[in-house]
Design a protein around this ligand. Structure first.
Ligand SMILES: NC(=O)c1ccc[n+]([C@@H]2O[C@H](COP(=O)([O-])OP(=O)(O)OC[C@H]3O[C@@H](n4cnc5c(N)ncnc54)[C@H](O)[C@@H]3O)[C@@H](O)[C@H]2O)c1
Length: 279
């Protein structure tokens, strides 16, 4: 079963085999769903995931990401869920990095309300495990890209560039384009979730990324090669507060979950372009 208020999600993307409840995770009605469905495993992806919105409306961000998460976890404890897998953010919780790529032990200094609330979710999970015995794994994703991705999300730049290039519009790079991100393909992230769900490890936090730093200029050039090599590059002033470099190490996930990213960026970008061409 799936619980989602469709704030950014789309009903057409929900697996038709899944029972769907349209509900805000902050809603007290969540309890009757837990009572009825008695889930063994909970995969918690529902979130306000727009970093810029978290800056303009931190209260809204905290309501969904903190209060919603607490409501969900209270029900997990009450209805004796066996394990929770939580989507955290390796792109947002470390803040400006000191080492590249960042391991899970890197200092945690989020520089956005979104990064803070994703981290708070991890702290609540730690608390519910320590005090109530609720098992969990938190996966700190890099920038996830792939079919169905939303232009507002953490890897939004990929969807924005692809849409503009396919529509014959001019994509714009904010700043000098030398800012970097770690792009991980969505199918690899799905595999990490399944492995985490089934693993009995006592490690609770894993980076899920590629360890490869890719600049926005490189992404632009790869997409231009795939879609239309004659597209010009245009630059605009940098966005305030944007992180300069972000890349995370996945050694722990490889060792414990036996996970590693399988999809090279170019293949992921080609599949993502294919998806946007056909919608
Ligand atoms: N996409 C990335 O690069 C990335 C990176 C790190 C972490 N994450 C995390 O992964 C998860 C999924 O993100 P995504 O990028 O796929 O975005 P998404 O918008 O596709 O997924 C978030 C989902 O949460 C739902 N939602 C929002 N508020 C809700 C609420 N109050 N109650 C119920 N449902 C609600 C939305 O409708 C949407 O379906 C999020 O937790 C996000 O923080 C994503």
């Amino acid at each position: 079963m799936v619980v989602d208020n469709l704030f950014t999600g789309k009903e057409k993307n929900i697996n038709i085999k899944a029972k769907f409840y349209k509900l805000d995770i902050q809603d007290s009605g969540l309890e009757s769903i837990f009572q009825k469905e008695q889930p063994d495993y909970v995969n918690h992806h529902a979130a306000q995931m727009d970093v810029r919105r978290s800056v303009s409306d931190p209260v809204f961000d905290a309501k969904t990401n903190v209060l919603g998460t607490i409501n969900l976890l209270q029900n997990c404890v009450e209805y004796k869920v066996k394990k929770v897998v939580y989507a955290s953010s390796g792109g947002a919780v470390y803040g400006e990095q000191q080492t590249f790529p960042a391991p899970e032990t890197h200092p945690i200094r989020p520089i956005s309300p979104y990064g803070i609330t994703k981290l708070v979710g991890e702290h609540y999970l730690y608390y519910y495990k320590a005090v109530c015995g609720l098992d969990y794994t938190a996966l700190r994703y890099a920038n996830v890209c792939g079919p169905r991705q939303d232009p507002l999300g953490e890897a939004g730049v990929v969807a924005i560039f692809i849409r503009k290039m396919l529509n014959g519009e001019q994509p714009v790079i904010n700043g000098d384009g030398e800012q970097t991100r770690d792009f991980v393909y969505v199918e690899d992230v799905v595999e990490a979730n399944i492995l985490a769900m089934m693993n009995n490890t006592t490690d609770s936090v894993f980076n899920i990324g590629t360890g490869i730093e890719t600049s926005i200029n490189q992404v632009f050039n790869l997409l231009r090669e795939i879609i239309n090599p004659s597209i010009d590059v245009k630059y605009a002033p940098p966005k305030d507060g944007e992180q300069r470099r972000s890349v995370i190490e996945y050694t722990r996930a490889k060792k414990t979950l036996h996970w590693e990213p399988k999809t090279p960026l170019i293949n992921g970008l080609k599949k993502t372009c294919e998806y946007f061409r056909n919608i």
